[in-house]
Design a protein around this ligand. Sequence first.
Ligand code: GUN
Length: 285
Amino acid sequence: MKNNILDGKAISTVIKKEIAAEIKSLNTKSVIQPGLAVIQVGDNPASSIYVRNKKKSCDEAGIKSFEHRLSDKTSEEELLTLIKQLNDNEGIHGILVQLPLPSHIREHVVLEAISPDKDVDGFHPYNVGKLMVGKGSLLPCTPAGIIELLERSEVKIEGKKAVILGRSNIVGKPLAIMLLQKNATVTICHSKTKNLPDITKRADILVAAIGSPEFVKEDMVKEGAVVIDVGINRVEKKLVGDVDFEKVSQKASQITPVPGGIGPMTIALLMKNGLSAFKNQMKIK
Ligand code: GUN
């Protein structure tokens, strides 16, 4: 591996080991194991891979996972009934509904139905609001994984110009708030942004989260920038990010690969949220 790689896979392994050790030590005091319910509606192939990876990480961390695979014909009401049962189930400490949902189900209604205490994705408006005022505890996993990767790799955030491509509720918007709280100067760009390269070329930290294969070219990046690639795009049976890795890695001081960058960090932070939701509900400090 090149020496300017931000190795999300390696760092996520360290985080998962830390979580597994903590859960093991809690198990000596309590017989109850953290429980995480993962709901998938339909069989979107990408979602199936994510759900499988989440389940595998739960096994490694010592979190009991409960998979609910529902048909794409499931009604919104049936899904809400399942969420209510899981909210009321004391053996379940975290609930995750894999997105995207089929178009006949309203995403915001489903996310608002999850108990905020069990919202390990950090997507409930209550948790979004807490993040906004700097009091968040269950933070969205992908942006939290990016911050953790930067911090554990000793990338300074304070005072830096951070530019984010993409304004999604899952990545772009919460990441902007988190970077702002770490005292970066943050710009969010999107599909209607004018003169995009002029803005991206000023970034000390450039994050691409738009889902467009190899969109970020080397002429859009400042020499020495730290480049974070959130994209996972399948092109001719190969996975590529939102950044043209071969070219941009020549210019960046540090860069995340795809795969092996932000993907594994997201799952590690999900495990962290699973543990903190458990401790919170069990009143363990
Ligand atoms: N789909 C894409 N990213 C995510 C995520 O972080 N959580 C969930 N639940 N679904 C997703």
